[in-house]
Design a protein around this ligand. Structure first.
Ligand SMILES: C[S@@+](CC[C@H](N)C(=O)[O-])C[C@H]1O[C@@H](n2cnc3c(N)ncnc32)[C@H](O)[C@@H]1O
Length: 354
């Protein structure tokens, strides 16, 4: 079971596919998933026949989407042991059996760690420490290709997520271990996605900065699904991010929840005074044949302003509104009473007319 990701379009996949087919968007050439998050839309685009360029500036999202689209079949590991080729099942079995160990992850986020943050049971925190250290040492020794490294990291992020002692995201931990957090962590394989063409890529940078490096007009489709409210992903997913970056030497987890320094990942789409300008800059940074944009009626930028941010030469050809189940943590939020009773997910398709 993939991790619970805020804003994941998992339940909109069929709708996205239907819109692309209904409006005759060519299913060939390059498609860019600019804010790939959990990677589910990139998976779809790959299956539909595109050559996919997936991007998200969170390192753990880039790992998840890499695991989703950079493998047509399950990875086979070549250089880990002298015995030659090793299947993904054997590698995961080996990692699942590693002896637990102490370390900075246990201290910062484990049940008996010095920081007193109850994100993981003592045993799971020590196993995460051991598994992540082992992956790091294989990587340092040059035994993993970038795609194999990312696949293992994504597998660990998902396994850790399923035993994390949180309500859903990592903005806070629960006061006592919940039943699923007491279960033993188990690494499970992430399924490959067969595609019709080769040459898929994953990047991990700011969306506009990525677009500025691409050849203008060379993309069939750019899909944009940025954050729509004030909730910064960096604060809600700081532990998966640390699990992937594994950079304890460069920061001290701060505050009650053990946050990373996150000024570098403060998204303009989450800031009331910046969001509209951010859309304008985004839509003016590339000229694909089609833009597909996901947004919400609860978003910072009203729909008409979002449409106005699109440069001249694009026509809105599909304007879909889909009833969408609210993300689970919203139901318990203090602002619940202020939220509209219906959440609508917008799916806007623009085509280049000139
Ligand atoms: C709504 S989520 C995307 C969900 C994704 N479509 C899915 O189905 O899982 C928004 C994503 O945008 C990323 N993000 C926010 N600001 C960004 C920026 N300036 N550049 C690149 N990624 C950004 C966040 O890290 C987050 O993963």
């Amino acid at each position: 079971m993939a991790m619970n990701f805020i804003g994941s379009k998992r339940s909109l996949i069929t709708k996205i596919e239907t819109v692309l087919r209904r409006y005759d968007v060519p299913l060939t050439g390059k498609a860019v998933d600019l804010f790939s998050g959990s990677g589910v839309v990139s998976r779809l685009l790959k299956q539909m026949g595109y050559q996919v360029l997936a991007n998200d500036w969170q390192a753990f999202s880039a790992a998840l989407v890499s695991a989703a689209i950079m493998h047509d079949v399950f990875p086979i590991f070549h250089d880990l042991w002298e015995s030659g080729e090793v299947s993904h099942t054997d590698v995961l079995a080996y990692l699942n059996e590693l002896s637990p160990k102490e370390g900075p992850f246990v201290e910062a986020y484990g049940e008996r760690g010095a920081a007193g943050r109850l994100y993981f049971s003592h045993d799971n925190a020590m196993r995460i420490q051991a598994i992540r250290d082992q992956i790091e040492s294989w990587q340092i020794d040059g035994k993993l290709s970038p795609e194999h490294f990312q696949w293992l990291l994504a597998v660990l992020v998902e396994a850790a997520d399923s035993v994390a002692n949180t309500a859903s995201v990592y903005g806070a931990y629960l006061k006592a271990l919940k039943p699923t957090a007491c279960k033993a962590l188990v690494l499970k394989p992430i399924y490959p996605t067969p595609g019709l063409v080769a040459g898929h890529q994953v990047r991990c940078e700011d969306a506009v900065s990525l677009l500025s490096q691409l050849q203008e007009g060379a993309q069939t489709l750019i899909y944009a699904d940025p954050p729509y409210n004030e909730r910064q992903y960096s604060a809600n997913y700081h532990i998966p991010e640390t699990l992937v970056r594994w950079d304890f030497e460069s920061f001290i987890p701060r505050g009650k929840t053990g946050l990373r320094p996150q000024m570098d990942q403060r998204s303009d789409y989450c800031l009331g005074r910046e969001a509209k300008r951010a859309f304008y800059a985004l839509f003016h940074a590339a000229r694909p044949a089609y833009w597909l944009v996901s947004y919400s009626n609860e978003g910072i930028v009203p729909k008409n302003e979002l449409i106005q941010a699109m440069p001249a030469g694009y026509t809105l050809i599909a304007d879909e509104e889909i009833d969408y189940p609210r993300f689970r943590s919203d139901r318990v939020s203090e602002t619940r009473q202020y939220l509209a009773s219906r959440t609508l997910e917008y799916l806007l398709l623009f085509s280049k007319s000139t």
